[in-house]
Design a protein around this ligand. Structure first.
Ligand SMILES: [Zn+2]
Length: 390
């Protein structure tokens, strides 16, 4: 005679939620008072939920649209009486005083216990350590399906930089790859741009000078988030790509020179691009902090820094702080430098990682990169969708 294993028969209730809530503990007990419901789960977890919260989160077709999954009710009236409360097959059933019935999935509730943070497939950002080496993903794995793309997105969102390799030498491949994730973010330079040089250049756009580390378009209130650069040709001598983690640089400045850090974080300055058809200006600090004092953005681009408009007594101190940050950001020990090979693509967070390139000799060969931008929201969204399917 064999023993029958315990099977969790808890049915999975629809909650208007696409992220997984199938696996987890069933409810064992529910007790309502006038303002709260106390729940206990099979794993020993206990939690209180305000009745107003439960009424607001009812997922029945009257309260939540069955197709759009969006909320249809406004929480204008607080429940005044405790509902009739039952645990049915491990899930929660409530009958409110007006007869309305709400059913809640046990695991969905477990994930949303008051005080619990949001579970998210998007990783937290991690500044580069001294031995940081970029994650590399094969083009074939990226386009084959979920796993390669997930690895690529996770590294990009965590480290602010990732490499793709062994791709085809095909015009517009960068646009095809970007479009898997979201719409291309257009700027005054278009949705897709060429970084190209020719032997014997006859135009300034085809110069071969080195480009110091910078972030793109800090003169926009919302600079492009993610930049993709796909290499189609690169046989000129020199022209190595350089990268520096702006978050790591800002943190180093905070330690080495707190006064310089504070000044760059607290002093908005003007950035500006102007040509015959455009005049795009934004005023923002070089280092942007959130309310908790964490670095959330770096704007560094010496070419399009506009007139420094500051009170007389602040000007010299600002230049001192800027020099300190600039010097730190040139530190070769912490700079990433490599040559992109044809068929390779680098993607990086333009509001975090500074990029540049070494000078090259255009008489020794061609160098052609194609680039575009993506919104961070689309990258995070794509990663959550892929995690949902995994
Ligand atoms: Zn309802």
């Amino acid at each position: 005679m064999t023993e029958t294993p315990t099977v969790n028969i808890r049915p999975h209730l629809p909650m208007g939620e696409l992220a997984d809530h199938a696996r987890g503990p069933a409810l064992s007990q529910a007790t309502a008072s006038r303002a709260r419901l106390t729940l206990s789960w099979e794993d020993g977890t206990l939690a209180d939920f305000p009745l107003a919260w439960l009424r607001d989160h009812c997922a029945c077709p009257e309260c939540r649209h069955p197709l759009t999954r969006e909320r249809l009710i406004l929480p204008l009236e607080a429940p005044t009486e405790a509902p009739e409360t039952r645990v049915v097959e491990g899930n929660l059933a409530l009958v409110w005083a007006d007869g309305h019935v709400s059913r809640f999935d046990a695991v969905w509730l477990h994930q949303r216990r008051p005080g619990q943070g949001r579970e998210d497939a998007v990783p937290t950002r991690r500044p580069w350590a001294r031995d940081y080496r970029p994650t590399r993903v094969d083009h074939a794995d990226f386009v084959a399906g979920a796993e390669g793309e997930r690895t690529w997105l996770t590294a990009l969102l965590r480290d602010g930089l990732v490499l793709l390799e062994n791709g085809p030498l095909a015009d517009e491949e960068v646009s095809r790859l970007a479009s898997r994730i979201g719409p291309l973010r257009a700027t005054n330079f278009g949705a897709r741009f060429d970084v190209k040089s020719k032997p014997n250049p006859n135009n300034a756009a085809y110069t071969a000078i080195g480009l110091a580390l910078h972030t793109d378009l800090p003169n926009w209130r919302h600079p492009p988030d993610i930049q993709l650069l796909y290499c189609l040709e690169n046989d000129a001598e020199g022209g190595e790509s350089t990268f520096f983690d702006g978050f790591a640089a800002a943190e180093a400045l905070r330690v080495e020179s707190p006064e310089a850090f504070r000044r760059l974080a607290e002093t908005p300055i003007d950035f500006r691009f102007q040509d015959e058809n455009h005049d795009i200006v934004w005023r923002a600090p070089v280092i942007d902090l959130d309310e908790a004092g964490r670095v959330v953005e770096v704007r560094l681009n010496n070419w399009i820094r506009d007139t420094l408009r500051l009170p007389l007594e602040e000007i010299d101190a600002w230049y001192d702080a800027y020099r300190a940050f600039w010097t730190l950001a040139q530190d070769p020990e912490n700079r990433l430098e490599f040559s992109l090979a044809p068929g390779e693509m680098v993607a990086f967070d333009n509001r975090r990682v500074m990029h540049g390139r070494n000078a090259f000799d255009p008489s020794t060969g061609r160098r052609h990169l194609q680039g575009t931008y993506l919104d961070l929201d689309m990258c995070e969204s794509r990663l959550r969708v892929l995690a949902r399917r995994a």
